[in-house]
Structures are given as structure tokens and as C-alpha cells.
Design a protein around this ligand. Sequence first.
Ligand SMILES: [Fe+2]
Length: 315
Amino acid sequence: MLTIDEITITDAALEQMSATPNPRLREVMAALVRHLHAFAREVDLKPEEWLEGIKFLTAVGQKCTEFRQEFILLSDTLGFSSLINALHDRRAIEAGTKSSLLGPFYRSDSPDLRLGDSIISNSRKPETVIYGRVVDSAGKGVANASVEVWQPDENGWYDLQLQDPSKMDLRGRFHTDAEGRYYFRTVVPTGYMIPMDGPVGDMIRAQKRHGYRPAHIHFLIGAPGYREVVTALYIEGDDHIESDTVFGVTESLVVGVKQKDPNSPIAGLPSIQFGFQLGELAGKAETGRVGADPSQIIAKADPAQIVAKAADSSH
Ligand SMILES: [Fe+2]
């Protein structure tokens, strides 16, 4: 009979899981157990620390609602979401715009708008134009590409964080014209502190981190036959551009606001120009979304469905 000790326990657990029919589930779970066990051995994890971890993860789950996703925030603040993005980008067969975080504030049902429309739900000023083209790897415009955009307001709040989160503001879905052009009006966002009133906030404070994200605008861009791009544009000059709490900023996604740009499609307003590039899709569509609408995650948190889905993907 096997003697269980701090080393043999890993093989014992792996042995029991070795008959998992789904090969990917088998691979992922085996690696998870190996690394989880190695982590506990490395830090010589104490029972009370293990319990603290369980309490923390329980609190993270309890903080999640259809409007808030504390687990995505945890993944983001650990650099895990950025890592998943980087791995996803590496699998591309053609270069595209670099990924950035989807974050916890994406909603799948943002309003359809026409090019040139404003995403501001009231008449706040001053407006800024954001414009550019969506092109393929050869630089040819991608017509009718879907361009979803969402951002915080000039005080750093997303609509999901305000009084009535069922009301939408500062988000919309556009479609590029025949030349791949997109343009819309908005307010320049400011940086914001991630939600600090939950367990992730407690963690950030315990680590003496500032908790800020530099000002940014989220984009989700897709077209049939192309790899979807999940990214964000970061406004240059922000105090936290070099120390984003969730590691979303990368140099190629930093943009400036121009006061007088002769190329802007709407004259008389400051503007931000950025061109997005979509790489060709290799075979089956693979989502690049490190995140989801919080309401969909809550809806999927049914153990029976998760098991059924894992069984499905083994075929
Ligand atoms: Fe954000």
C-alpha cells in the first residue's frame, strides 16, 4: 500500500485522474495539481494559511453578480489575464493588433450605433473623435467589421458601477465602412482605481499597490474569417501608464489626443487616431476574450452544465 507523504501525494492524485477521457481536461488538471502541490511545498503552506486562501476565494465568488466579476479582477491583478492574452497572441498565424484585457466591464448587448455617432448617453462635453481603419495583414481595409467599444466616464466610472447598472452609457457597437474606416465621438476617459471594496481590494492594499489603471478605451473587433481582437487604447501622459495594476498597457497601444488633425473625419474636435489590424483565422475560431459579460458567467455557473460542456469538448 502506498505511503502518503508530502511527495508521493502528487503521484497518488495524478494516478486517480489519469483515466480522464477528455485529453485536454486530463492535461490541464494534471499540470494544475503538479503546480499546486509544488507551490504548497515551496512555501511550506500552513493549515491556517490554507484556510485563509479558501476564505479568500469564497469571498471572491460571493462578490460576483450579474454586474460584477471579482474572479476576473483577481485574474487581472495577478497578471494572469495578461499572460493568457500573450499566449493567445503567440498562436496567431498572422500579425494583428496586440491584445489587451477585456476586463470585468464588458457587456455583450451594447447598442448598435452609426459611424460618427456619440457613445455618450447625455450631452456631456467636450467630445473627442476616435477614428481609424480596420485592416488585414496586407493593409487592406476590412469592410463591415464589428467594432465594439466601452469605456469609463471622465470620472473613471463604468455604467455597470453606477446607480442603475441596467442603463447603458459609454458603450456601443459600430461597423466599418467599405474602406474599413470607423469613427465615433466620446469623452476622453480618466484613469480609475479598480473596485477596491471586495477581497481583491483587500489583497491590493495588503500588497501596498496603488490599485489604479491608466485611462483607456476598450475595443472588441471582429469580422468573418479574421481573428477577433480584444484590446484597449491607453491615453499617453497618464500618471499610471507605467504601473497599471492589471498589466494591460503595452507600448503599441498608447495613443495621444491631437487638437488639430486635418485627417480627422469630424472637424473642430480633438481626435485620437488608431489603426487596428486583424490577422487571418487559422481553422476553427478560437476566442481571444479573456473575460465575458458578468451576467453570462453567472448564468453558466451551473455544475451540471460545466460537466456536460467538458464531456462535449472531448469529441
Ligand atoms: Fe477598463
